[in-house]
Design a protein around this ligand. Sequence first.
Ligand SMILES: Nc1ncnc2c1ncn2[C@@H]1O[C@H](COP(=O)(O)OP(=O)(O)O)[C@@H](O)[C@H]1O
Ligand SMILES: [Mg+2]
Length: 167
Amino acid sequence: MKITITGTPGTGKTTVAKILAEKLSLPVYNLTELIKKEKLYTDFDEKRDAFIVDIEKLTNYFKDKSNFIAEGLIAHYIPSDIVVILRAKPEIIMSRLEERGYSREKLKENAESEKIAFCANEVFELRPAPVIIHVDTSARKPEEVADVIIEGIKKGGLIEEIDWLED
Ligand SMILES: Nc1ncnc2c1ncn2[C@@H]1O[C@H](COP(=O)(O)OP(=O)(O)O)[C@@H](O)[C@H]1O
Ligand SMILES: [Mg+2]
């Protein structure tokens, strides 16, 4: 089973992926770490302090793997059986990332990108997997989020209605 977990920073991808990996006995790949370790980038963006991912190298890396969980901001570019989009209220994103020591600018940038559903919209446009799971993590513990994902896998998809612009 190939699962990708995407979403705005602070939605809980890394936390939930680890729990899910335990529950489903799958290896988990943190894309930020993997991209550095395997040099799956084209360049380094000094201004943004981030690597520019080589999508072709990234998808190639997973090409012959049939069982994995890959989690990261661009996980939905990797072909998979199941794509999970994690969501969280923008103010919750802010408070989760604040604890991580993000700058004011980064906090606002990520909250804004969650507000307009940047990542989710990409998934709903690309439809990179036959099964889509779209979950609101705002009022759930990571363990509960993992259980909702498992339920979604069993059902062959689970899409919660989420629109922060309507709040
Ligand atoms: N469902 C949740 N409820 C409350 N806090 C959470 C939840 N999921 C993650 N967190 C916390 O939010 C922060 C960001 O989580 P993390 O898994 O690193 O997110 P991501 O990988 O999407 O950036 C961490 O401090 C984590 O402990
Ligand atoms: Mg993470």
